[in-house]
Design a binder for this molecule. Structure first.
Ligand SMILES: *[C@@H]1O[C@H](CO)[C@@H](O)[C@H](O)[C@H]1NC(C)=O
Ligand SMILES: *[C@@H]1O[C@H](CO)[C@@H](O)[C@H](O)[C@H]1NC(C)=O
Ligand SMILES: *[C@@H]1O[C@H](CO)[C@@H](O)[C@H](O)[C@H]1NC(C)=O
Ligand SMILES: *[C@@H]1O[C@H](CO)[C@@H](O)[C@H](O)[C@H]1NC(C)=O
Ligand SMILES: *[C@@H]1O[C@H](CO)[C@@H](O)[C@H](O)[C@H]1NC(C)=O
Ligand SMILES: *[C@@H]1O[C@H](CO)[C@@H](O)[C@H](O)[C@H]1NC(C)=O
Ligand SMILES: *[C@@H]1O[C@H](CO)[C@@H](O)[C@H](O)[C@H]1NC(C)=O
Ligand SMILES: [Ca+2]
Length: 748
């Protein structure tokens, strides 16, 4: 390169050169020293855009057969969080990630409260049995509930059926059927005169959290709760059950955590380190209040078929070949029997680990693009979530390989994380985000999450921050559909199979803030990091509550089922890896982040409209004005437009301007966090759950929360007023983040 061109570039890169303190030396000399050249090269690297040929390298090098072998190895054994095989898995990932070329990989420990039934095959088994009403010591053996999938009785590492954090106990009572165990289901029972006091309540899975169902049952007076996976909600109609098909047989059931809040129960808001302050167990209100136990649907069918009482209303029944009744109690030759629950589940402190690895960025190592999935599973968990672990392991090989052979190093740092103890309540990810809140808030550019990575082969099921919508659409256009015979992109089949508006001429794939419970939650709701979470799912068009794959949280979620029924040639896994890989590459390597902050407008206007519609007149009658809230939403929209214009005019040769606009594009997401929100972790003013079970209005969650049940008194209305002002101020602060520098002056 000629000296003249060097000088030109030096002027262009002036800002950085100045910051480096070399510019003076430069102009005082006639020639360029080695030092000058080094500074200049650094400067040039800082304005270099991504090398697009790396995309093809990544897309082509992702190998379906290697992902298959990863999954075969990783799903061999049950690996429940906190057990020896779980730790072996963490260590294996660390070794493999390092071998694959990551710069550094560590196991980050936390001491947290987990919950198990007796492990191994010696201890007592959790069961539900029928007993004689007058003499509960008299047990009817014919109804003894299975406590583990029969095929897994001999595997001491396969855990028996249980709901984590259920209290231990042995309640005995008449049985009542309560549909999904929602508040409205218990209201119905009350209306028709079914008294749940002192009863054991049988409920279907879906339409609500496990712990919440037990809590609702306890509020209605129940002393024990039983959950079962209703085949109408779980299986494909007429579909063959495993091992002849992928549907759930009547011998397995969904395990699952039953905490009422996510994160380690004893250290809310702070990391579970050795110096952590721990609540005493009886001070925590996150546990289900009554014993809770899942059973298989063969057993549920026996109970339901003998129930006395009225026929269950439309919508309560499922597809078992019986008449669904409400109870209480049994009839016919079971008359007089009660149900006894024997739950031996108990809490215990365990050390769990996140596996955290990094490829250090070349230009902006202090900016992080993160990819995470959990590695613990209830049993083998070939789908949940070992499919994702197998995918991210392949990604470490492809990215690490480029770094190892010196072909490429990303602009920003790439952080790979395998989360521990997700199944117990998103514990590893919560503790990590609690520990690194400041760092993540200021420096994480994106968090990408995979959970139940390959739970089907039909279409993508995804959610993201508004800023990321376009980059996700773009990326899925680059990746061919797993079914090559269609000759389409992932985007095309996604838009056909899960469109936002099925009647639109040009269909757009469904992509909104995620509503599933997985490890993006602390990133999204506590910190506000731009995020994306996604999975491949089966066709769910004909299910009413959102379906999940049939073998969810059972021992039938295994490699054999994956290979024979879900993704025989691993092309779905490959598509997932390609989408993650290309997204990571673009986010880590683009000079200008591919974000669009205007997209928040859709949520803001929808929340505002729902607020006006559902609460407007009530607020008005109390003299609570939402004019300022409306103005903040307007100001955000205008600021986002202005920002977008500045972004179009960005000087791509000015590294400080690039850094400044990139930072604003990230910070605008975290600006929607209100640290004064009362919940220790849910602080996002747009997307936090409202916590109001009786009102599902789409208004701002803080308004739904403070209006829940109707404020009882003046103090209640003061809370509403305060909340409206808090939301207004938070939205305006987000607008200020993307406004011109003058916004610091305020308005006179
Ligand atoms: C629990 O079940 C196992 C089989 O999985 C059996 O060997 C054991 O005897 C049972 N324990 C009790 C106390 O019944
Ligand atoms: C329900 O049953 C309990 C215990 O038998 C009783 O105390 C209570 O009054 C009953 N509630 C109603 C509404 O009948
Ligand atoms: C439930 O029962 C109603 C009749 O009450 C029937 O129309 C409906 O098909 C049943 N649903 C299922 C899933 O079996
Ligand atoms: C639960 O564990 C605690 C301590 O880990 C122990 O003291 C208690 O006896 C256990 N309870 C049951 C029901 O096993
Ligand atoms: C897709 O999954 C279904 C089960 O939902 C299975 O029957 C089918 O064989 C799978 N198709 C492919 C191409 O893997
Ligand atoms: C919105 O911007 C206008 C004009 O700058 C300003 O007067 C108004 O106070 C802003 N709204 C809020 C809620 O700050
Ligand atoms: C929520 O409550 C408001 C005020 O009582 C009511 O107008 C609205 O319809 C409710 N919305 C839902 C979805 O329950
Ligand atoms: Ca904690």
């Amino acid at each position: 390169m000629s000296k003249g061109r060097y000088i030109l570039l030096a002027v262009v890169c002036g800002a950085v050169a100045f910051a480096l303190g070399v510019i003076i030396g430069w102009f005082s000399r006639s020639g360029l020293t080695a030092e000058d050249r080094a500074a200049l090269n650094k400067c040039l690297a800082s304005i270099e855009d991504a090398d697009e040929t790396i995309r093809d390298h990544i897309l082509e090098n992702i190998d379906a057969q290697r992902i298959r072998e990863n999954l075969r190895q990783l799903s061999q054994k049950p690996h429940m969080a906190g057990t020896p095989p779980d730790l072996e898995m963490a260590e294996l990932l660390r070794r493999n990630w390092l071998e694959n070329g990551l710069d550094e990989v560590r196991l980050v420990p936390y001491d947290v409260l987990l919950s198990y039934p007796p492990l191994g095959r010696e201890g007592p088994n959790n069961t539900a049995v029928t007993v004689d009403g007058a003499d509960p010591a008299r047990q009817y053996e014919d109804t003894r509930t299975l406590h583990i999938e029969p095929e897994y009785q001999d595997d001491p590492d396969a855990v028996q059926f249980f709901n984590a954090y259920s209290p231990a106990g042995h309640p005995v009572g008449e049985l009542v059927f309560a549909n999904y165990g929602r508040l409205e289901d218990f209201d119905y029972l009350r209306q028709v005169g079914v008294n749940c006091t002192g009863k054991i309540v049988l409920m279907k899975y879906r339409s609500g959290g496990r712990g919440q169902k037990a809590k609702n049952a306890a509020s209605a007076g129940a002393i024990g709760a039983i959950l079962y996976p209703e085949p109408a909600d779980t299986n494909e109609p007429g579909g063959k059950v495993y091992p002849d098909g992928w549907n759930l047989p009547g011998t397995g059931t969904e395990r699952g955590g039953a905490l009422l809040e996510t994160g380690d129960p004893l250290t809310p808001g702070y990391p579970a380190t050795d110096y952590a302050y721990r609540l005493s167990k009886d001070k925590s209100s996150v546990f289900p209040p009554i014993p809770l136990q899942p059973i298989a649907y063969n057993d549920a069918q026996k109970y339901l078929s003998h129930l006395d009482g009225d026929i269950a209303p439309a919508g309560w029944n499922g597809s078992l070949p019986i008449t669904y009744r409400l109870g209480p109690g049994f009839t016919g030759d079971w008359a007089g029997r009660k149900v006894a629950l024997h739950v031996y589940t108990n809490t215990t402190m365990r050390r769990v680990y996140n596996v955290v690895g990094m490829i250090k960025g070349e230009v902006e190592p202090d900016r992080y693009v993160m990819l995470g999935n959990h590695y613990d599973s209830w049993v083998q968990g070939a789908i949940d979530d070992t499919s994702s672990t197998a995918i991210s392991l392949e990604l470490t090989r492809v990215f690490g390989g480029l770094v190892k052979d010196g072909t490429w190093r990303p602009r920003r740092s790439i952080v790979f994380v395998a989360w521990g103890a997700e199944e117990f309540g998103l514990i590893g990810s919560h503790e990590y985000v609690e520990q690194f809140t400041g760092l993540i808030k200021d420096r994480a550019v994106a968090y990408i999450n995979m959970d139940i990575g390959v739970g089907g082969n039909y279409t993508i099921f995804a959610g993201c921050s508004p800023s990321m919508v376009d980059i996700i659409y773009d990326t899925t256009k680059q990746v061919p559909d797993p079914d090559a015979s269609l000759g389409k992109s992932v985007y095309e089949t996604w838009s056909e199979r899960d469109p936002t508006d099925a009647d639109a001429d040009v269909k757009i794939p469904n992509l909104d803030w995620p509503r599933v419970s997985t490890d993006y939650i602390p990133f999204g709701l506590r910190v506000g990091t731009p995020l994306f979470t996604f999975a491949y799912v089966h066709d769910q068009t004909n299910y009413s509550p959102r379906a999940i794959y049939p073998s969810y949280h059972t021992a039938y979620d295994n490699m054999d089922l994956m290979e024979r029924f879900v993704d025989p040639d691993f092309t779905v896994h490959r598509a997932m890896a390609r989408i993650s890989g290309e997204l990571i590459r673009r986010l880590a390597d683009s000079l200008v982040l591919p974000y669009d902050c205007r997209k928040y407008w859709l949520s803001l206007s929808a929340f505002l409209q729902a607020t006006e519609q559902d609460f407007g007149s009530m607020l008005y009658n109390q003299g609570i004005s939402i004019d300022a809230l409306r103005s903040a939403v307007y100001n955000y929209t205008a600021a986002a437009e202005g920002f977008h214009d500045r972004l179009q005019a960005i000087d791509r040769k000015d590294p400080l301007q690039i850094r400044s606009l990139n930072d604003q594009m990230v910070q605008v997401n975290t600006a929607f966090i209100d640290i004064h929100q009362p919940h220790h972790s849910n602080k996002h003013v747009l997307y936090s759950p409202s916590g109001c079970a009786t009102n599902r209005s789409a208004a701002f969650p803080g308004i739904v929360r403070t209006m829940c049940g109707g404020p009882a008194d003046d103090e209640g209305w003061e809370e509403v007023k305060k909340e409206v002002a808090a939301i207004t101020s938070t939205i305006q602060s987000a607008a200020d983040v993307i406004s011109d520098v003058d916004s610091i002056l305020g308005q006179s």
